[in-house]
Write a protein that binds this ligand. Structure first.
Ligand code: CMC
Length: 428
């Protein structure tokens, strides 16, 4: 491809350089467009054609269903790595040596105590509060207990902030769930691994020992890896844009959690299960819901289908489907919504509407079924997604700050009224 793009505006031709990425992706650099054309900007609603940054973290090729973190394929990472190794890889750029991993693990453990006053904040929420709202508030509240800003020029300070949030976040996740269930808030055990400790904090009953199930530990580890980063999605872009004003790490993460909450993004995992339950209650007629999804006068969408970037199978969905079969099989769970999900999937994959629009199952289509088999309540599904996405958000925030990205501030085309005279209230 040529290294220059030419654009004609009002009879004048302007030239813009073209960036080429490692995998031959191309982008026209229009950063000088407004200056040279004296006022012309681009409009790209939903940023469908806009690259917001250059990034070395995650490569995604939607047409081919490829996802890689720092060059490693998601399939290989899900099979061979554990979540903390992947977190280290995303945040620091390379897979850790055993020594680095042991230190990372132990530093995270050292940081896994939150200020006891956090409990007072949790107490103030009604039980009806959605866990995503609670998690976002608690993450933001961490700023109050750790007021110093991260010194981005200090590697040590950056490292301490990373292990700080990775240590505290699982506590907030577990406590958010337990509070809603009226259970005492538990700190887990320092000797346990990251995932085992999370499960203990979430599920230990006050009057009995918590027994780990390796199948659940392994499946959760895999799920978190699959969710760990996904380049410039809605929540990650939110974290970057909030951080670009030099707001702190916790404030930026809290904003990312709010963005993830929506049903078109991370909230889809909750929406999928509610949809499957709804279909089951309504007699299990998947044809009826397929017709609704295709009817342009009906707002119903097949949740867990379609993706802004993947126009092929979401590679994460393939791994999750396999994991769902294994977990349900191993735990001996027969979940009728799995049959409905499989029915919808096979119908959609053979349906002209879905085929023409390249709508395939996404990461959220089967994850809820696994979470449910693990005993995680439906309204906690997106919280689990947030826990998985945490390393990605941190890595992207860190990269954005270290690259000295300018404050994110898009422009607009104004389509409102032209200048008009104020009319006093009695004359309107
Ligand atoms: N069911 C029915 N029709 C759909 C669906 C769906 N799930 N998704 C897209 N379409 C149709 C849409 O109506 C449009 O049709 P037409 O061209 O006739 O107007 C066409 O497909 C393109 O859709 P779009 O809304 O322009 O695509 P988008 O890139 O803006 O939206 C999406 C992507 C994920 C928001 C959308 O596919 C969707 O709403 N899916 C359901 C929610 C969901 O599962 N979200 C989780 C995404 S994966 C987790 C994450 O990383 O966030």
């Amino acid at each position: 491809m040529s290294e220059i793009a030419k654009l004609e505006v009002g009879g004048k031709v302007y030239e813009f350089p073209i960036y080429t990425g490692t995998e031959d992706e191309s982008a026209i650099d229009i950063s000088k467009l407004r200056g040279v054309t004296e006022g012309v900007i681009t409009i790209d609603r939903g940023y469908k054609n806009t690259g917001s940054c250059l990034s070395e973290i995650t490569f995604l090729e939607g047409e081919k269903g490829i996802l890689r973190y720092r060059g490693y394929s998601i399939e290989e990472l899900a099979e061979k790595a554990d979540f903390l190794e992947v977190a280290f890889l995303l945040i620091f750029g390379e897979l850790p040596t055993q020594e680095q991993l042991d230190k990372f693990n132990s530093d995270i453990k050292k940081n896994s105590v939150v200020d006891d006053d956090i409990k007072k904040i949790i107490d103030a929420f009604p039980k009806s509060a959605h866990p995503m709202g609670v998690l976002s508030s608690l993450t933001s509240a961490l700023t109050a207990f750790n007021p110093g800003a991260v010194d981005i020029d200090s590697e040590e300070d950056m490292y301490n902030s990373v292990v700080g949030i990775l240590g505290k976040f699982p506590v907030l996740v577990a406590w958010t769930m337990r509070k809603k269930q009226g259970l005492p808030l538990d700190y887990g055990k320092k000797s346990l691994g990251y995932i085992e400790n999370l499960l203990k904090m979430m599920f230990k009953q006050p009057n009995e020992k918590y027994i780990q199930n390796p199948i659940i530990v392994n499946a959760l580890d895999k799920l978190l890896i699959l969710h760990a980063d996904h380049e410039q999605n809605c929540s990650t872009s939110t974290v970057r844009i909030v951080g670009s004003s030099h707001a702190g790490l916790f404030a930026s993460l809290s904003a990312g959690i709010s963005a993830l909450w929506g049903p078109l993004h991370g909230g889809a995992n909750q929406a999928v299960l509610e949809m499957l339950e709804g279909i089951k209650k309504d007699g299990g007629d998947t044809n009826k819901y397929m017709a609704k999804a295709k009817d342009k006068n009906d707002p119903f969408r097949l949740m867990g289908f379609g993706h802004r970037v993947y126009k092929n199978f979401d590679p994460r969905a393939k791994i999750i489907k396999k994991a769902a079969d294994e977990v349900l099989g191993n735990l001996g769970v027969k979940d009728p919504v799995l049959d409905i999900a499989e029915g919808l999937e096979s119908q959609a994959l053979a349906d002209d509407y879905f085929v023409a629009r390249k709508l395939y199952p996404n990461v959220d289509f089967y994850s809820g079924i696994i979470y449910r088999a693990m005993g995680i309540p439906t309204d906690m599904f997106t919280v689990m997604f947030a826990l998985g996405r945490l390393p990605g958000w941190i890595a992207q925030w860190k990269e954005m700050r270290l690259n000295n990205e300018p404050i994110g501030r898009p422009r607009q085309i104004y389509t409102g009224e032209s200048l008009r005279e104020f009319v006093p209230v009695e004359k309107r």
